[in-house]
Design a protein around this ligand. Structure first.
Ligand code: AMP
Length: 282
């Protein structure tokens, strides 16, 4: 695996690969890698000649300074895991290298209603930071395809929207959520949970499953309340939001009529760690 820290040397190398007709699949991450990230790497390897992964803890997408400070960092382990899983190129730049004293080459993007629900309202500035860094990375790597997890479903929608608005030619591929044995969605932040916390947080998965099983007997509002009650019944869990929303617009739904796909979304605090998850209902 080749490791690059500088944009210029990476760009040169990728240009020569591209000249030789190689297709580039890209997996951006913030490190503290787990099997969720690795599932994206495997998909990229199956569909491209060259896999590029980046590790960059992007300060502009953290709305909470403590969250940025405490974000898990496991660089040696990450490098080993990527190498073991046949990533060709790791890009791990510094903040200065990425932003070069400015924030982005792209204008601020109005996300419209997409930015006014769930993560958009609960983490002010978060998606502006995500758009910021992913547009910058796309501009540097110029991949044919880029891979993102459905665990961060709203982020995936924002990236699809951004790709269209800014005219990037990359294809965005959404990949299913990988879970722990107990159902908890894998996340770098799980490293900060105690063993007890990790066990109790699996109630989020159980509640989402409950929603899938009981969708036919309840309206979206009733179902949302039932999911809330299930999660609230675990002492260590505090709900930030539960939402039942249309997959395309991400706007909350009032009934099940005439909708293409609908998902239940959850943001929950456990031991002060913020966990998100979602599951398709229809
Ligand atoms: P992060 O390092 O948290 O920024 O995540 C990097 C990429 O991995 C994003 O596209 C995430 O959606 C994806 N990802 C994170 N956790 C999972 C998971 N449990 N299953 C699938 N993809 C994931």
């Amino acid at each position: 695996m080749l490791i690059f820290k500088e944009i210029l040397t990476l760009s040169d190398h990728l240009a020569s690969l591209r000249k030789n007709g190689k297709s580039i699949g890209f997996v951006p991450t913030m490190g503290a890698l787990h099997q969720g990230h690795i599932s994206l790497v495997h998909r990229a390897a199956a569909e491209n000649d060259v896999v590029v992964s980046s590790i960059f803890v992007n300060p502009t997408q953290f709305n909470n300074p403590d969250d940025l400070k405490n974000y898990p960092r496991t660089p040696e382990n990450d490098q080993q895991l990527l190498e073991l899983n046949k990533v060709d190129i790791l890009f791990s730049p510094t903040v200065e290298e990425i932003y070069d004293g400015r924030k982005s080459n792209y204008p601020e993007l109005d996300l419209g209603l997409l930015g006014k629900v769930m993560e958009g309202t609960h983490r002010p500035g978060h998606f502006a930071g995500v758009v910021n860094v992913v547009s910058r990375l796309f501009e540097i790597v110029k991949p044919e395809k880029s891979y993102f997890g459905e665990k961060d479903f709203q982020q995936l929608a924002v990236i699809r929207f951004m790709t269209k608005e800014f005219g990037f030619s990359v294809r965005i591929i959404g990949c299913p959520t990988i879970r722990e044995k107990n159902g908890l969605a894998m996340s770098s932040r799980n490293l900060r949970l105690s063993e007890k916390g990790r066990e109790e947080a699996s109630a989020i998965f159980s509640a989402l499953n409950f929603a899938v099983k009981n969708r036919e007997n309840h309206s979206p509002t009733e179902l949302k309340k039932a999911v809330q009650r299930k999660i609230e019944s675990v002492d260590s869990l505090t709900i930030e939001y539960i939402e039942i929303a249309d997959e395309e617009s991400l706007q909350p739904v009032a009934d099940w009529n005439n909708l293409f796909h609908v998902r239940c979304f959850a943001a929950v605090l456990c031991e002060n760690i913020r966990l998100i998850d979602n599951m398709r209902l229809y």
